[in-house]
Write a protein that binds this ligand. Sequence first.
Ligand code: KG4
Ligand code: ZN
Length: 338
Amino acid sequence: MYCLGVETSCDETAIALLEKSDDGSYIILNEEISSQARLHEKYGGVVPELASREHLKNLPLLTDLVLSSAKKSLADIALIAVTSGPGLKGCLLTGTNFARGLALKHNTPIIGVNHIEAHIVSPLLENPQIGFPFLALVISGGHTEIIKVTALGEYELISRTLDDAAGEAFDKAANLLGIAYPGGPRLAEFADRVTTSRFSLPKVMRESPGFSFSGLKTAIMILIRDNEKLISDDEGVVFEIAHAAQDAILDALLYKLKEAARATGISRVAVSGGVSANKELRRRLNADRSLEVFYPAARHSTDNAAMIAYLGLRLYTERGVRDETLPVRARWPVEESR
Ligand code: KG4
Ligand code: ZN
């Protein structure tokens, strides 16, 4: 049984072809991702109208590529799964309208899925042995959440960001250091070039139940302002500031995750979303003997359509979820997704 996944919630156009084989295993037959990072770079962030237009241009090209190189056609597809929220409204509409058009051709069933729910289940694609319940730490550009997952489709929110997301905090810190958008991965690279830092930033909101990263931005701004001369005299100082920023963000993520593990008695953790690609985060998590940690494959940490197809196919086959109306939701808390 084949499912075509369509993802356009932000600045990545992605298409994937997933097969559920007779033994119940899932195989990615093909997938393509077109990132718009370079297009938005000069604006310092995603421009929604440009993103929608780019999706519209890329969707048919990527779909043809994915299907033809897997030697499949639309007639072979049993289900189309498309991200219907949360995300940029215009981008979501572009994706869902395109998917609806494809579905009409052969009367293919279609299902709209929650992008965050897809991140939550993405580690299961490569690690089907992860048992329920587990804690999902979703850390992306727009979301930072710890969710207790008791079964597919059953989510309980433990903690969520009150302002900036972890990825956004990485990107804003990078921006303050003059690193172009999306600066998160580059900031991480800078941070890892040194092993210590002469700077220390305040611990991020350890006491409150939610995450908050906006104060960190101000602290970095002040740090840069107070050390202007040092920064211009020694380029290594930037690496040390990046190191301190990464440390502060990771400290908050690990602290809250461990607190959630203690409170729920669940030590199994699935980490997903763009920031889960962070090397230092993985090093710290893997070194923690009290947690059993799983990740998606590197290419499925950031936005992709394989996770959309996987979630769609599982909801369709295991829970009988159908979705003829396909409303798009810019805001769609994952605990309200089913
Ligand atoms: O999940 P994702 O691809 O898109 C959203 O749904 O937001 O996450 C993108 C975010 C960006 O903020 C990016 O800077 C961050 O993930 N990111 C990283 C790393 N790779 C991507 N942040 C820190 N370290 C990384 N290695
Ligand atoms: Zn995402």
